[in-house]
Ligand binder design. Structure first.
Ligand code: NAP
Ligand code: HSE
Length: 435
């Protein structure tokens, strides 16, 4: 009989949150008990579950496990691992800090918290000789954190980029595939359990920005926090943009991009137009995909489910298993930010842009607009003009240009009386021009 079978080696867990992810963690641990015991020699036992309201009937877990008092978990000496799945900054920060202070190991999927307070928590974990693990905080079921921390140590990474938000990828996919309305696609994403409690975090790019801060920190071994990540969401992407993109054989994706330029770092989130044959163009629904580029690895792409209760739960359970397996903290147990890189300014990045402009339908308008772009060394690659009643729509794609020049030209274009809408550009990626 193995140690696990005899019950000699039990690992007691305090689970914080029993929502989309928490309830699936509970079920996965029951369903995979044999596999986990075989792999680790231990049985995972969820001893207590923290929720806000214990009067709400819960599926699967016995009512007696639930508590609304975090102290019941913190003060339970049997509980050595706290799994935080409530989300948000407070009280999650307070709970994680208290657990680490007591020497308990922590697993969390909370990217917002990690991208703002992560380095404090990693230091605290190290000081207390315990662990904090966070595989589920980025890209759902894809083991990108583990790969970055362990497999890429000698990869000399130069960029990490891809699709890191499942909700927006699902919405953009459905709008393109079925012509679904934005609100309907969002409602479906919420129903599937992909979206954050406040889906604005997904839509405005904030969720992806938090994930990119975490990925960039680990890829480049320098501290990157949420505020360092410039971020544009998908709020302004219209059905018209999607239809023009289709006509141009392009697909719109929300990308997270972290790159080194001359050993300076630049991290951003923005919607981009991708050619149909770009590997990220076919990543659809709530799937995510992350490219890792490095001097010693060329390029690796990891892809898989980026959101969803069970998929995320599998990453959470993998962290619990790692904690049991590792036992003691080593250099790989926190983000090894051993250097301080300067940031590369957004304005200096060279990008290619798509622009849709609503203008007066009168002679000379196109020439006026082209003149302004020309004055700023912005060169037009292609133009489609379409009449829309009294107005016309110009859809322009530009040759690669320094972003500062493009931004300055746009400011001038926006001031032209013939321009009827505020120009909202979208970057075009994957044409081979990127540095
Ligand atoms: P959720 O469905 O909203 O569940 C949150 C759970 O936490 C609920 O059980 C809630 O209790 C509990 N909770 C919230 N605030 C609390 C408080 N102050 N005190 C005690 N309990 C509290 O959220 P989720 O989708 O499972 O997400 C959890 C975390 O995983 C978040 O950090 C999220 O960003 C991350 N994540 C989610 C996904 C995904 O696909 N959903 C993927 C990756 C990472 P009640 O049930 O009583 O309300
Ligand atoms: N709301 C997040 C997403 C969950 O849609 O990607 C996974 O982190």
């Amino acid at each position: 009989m193995s140690a696990a079978e005899s019950g000699a080696n039990k690992i007691f867990i305090g689970l914080l949150g029993y929502g989309t992810v928490g309830s699936n963690v509970y079920n996965l641990i029951q369903d995979q008990a044999v596999e986990i015991a075989q792999a680790t020699g231990a049985t995972i036992v969820i001893k207590k579950i923290l929720v806000r309201d214990i009067t709400v009937p819960r599926q699967d877990a016995p009512a007696g496990l639930f508590t609304d008092n975090f102290g019941d978990i913190l003060d339970d000496a049997d509980i050595t691992v706290v799994v935080e799945l409530i989300g948000g900054i407070e009280p999650a920060f307070d709970y994680i800090t208290s657990a680490l202070e007591k020497g308990k190991a922590v697993v969390t999927a909370n990217k917002q918290l990690l991208s703002q307070q992560g380095f404090y928590l990693f230091r605290l974990a190290r000081e207390k000789e315990t662990q904090i693990r966070f595989e589920a905080s980025v890209a759902g079921a894809i083991p990108v954190i583990r790969v970055l921390r362990e497999s890429m140590v000698a990869a000399d990474l130069t960029s990490v980029y891809g699709i890191v938000n499942g909700t927006t990828n699902y919405i953009l996919t459905e709008m393109r595939r079925t012509g679904a309305k934005y609100q309907d696609a969002l409602a479906n994403a919420q129903e599937w359990g992909y979206a954050e409690a406040d889906p604005t975090e997904d839509i405005n790019g904030n969720d992806a920005a938090a994930k990119m801060a975490i990925l960039a920190s680990m890829a480049f071994h320098t501290a990157v926090v949420l505020d360092d990540v410039a971020c544009i969401g998908i709020e302004h992407i219209s059905a018209l943009d999607i239809s023009y993109a289709r006509n141009l054989d392009l697909t719109i994706k929300l990308l997270g991009v972290a790159k080194l330029y001359d050993n300076k770092i630049n991290v951003r989130v923005y919607p981009a137009l991708l050619k149909k044959d770009h590997p990220l163009a076919s990543v659809s629904g709530a799937y995510n995909a992350v490219f890792l580029k490095g001097n010693s690895i060329d390029e690796i792409m990891l892809s898989g489910p980026g959101a969803g209760g069970m998929e995320t739960a599998s990453a959470v359970v993998s962290d619990i298993v790692s904690i049991i397996a590792r036992g003691t903290p080593g250099v790989l147990e926190d983000i090894a930010a051993w250097r301080e890189l300067e940031f590369f300014p957004d304005d200096e990045v060279v990008s290619k842009f798509y622009l849709r402009l609503e203008v007066e339908d009168e002679p000379g308008v196109l020439a006026t607009i082209a003149q302004v772009f020309g004055d700023h060394d912005v060169s037009v690659e292609s133009v489609i003009q379409q009449g829309r009643g009294a107005h016309a729509e110009l859809v322009m794609v530009f040759h690669p240009v320094k972003e500062a020049s493009f931004r300055e030209a746009l400011e001038k274009i926006g001031e032209l009386p013939v321009v009827k809408s505020i120009p909202r550009p979208i970057r075009v990626e994957g044409d081979g021009y990127e540095q």
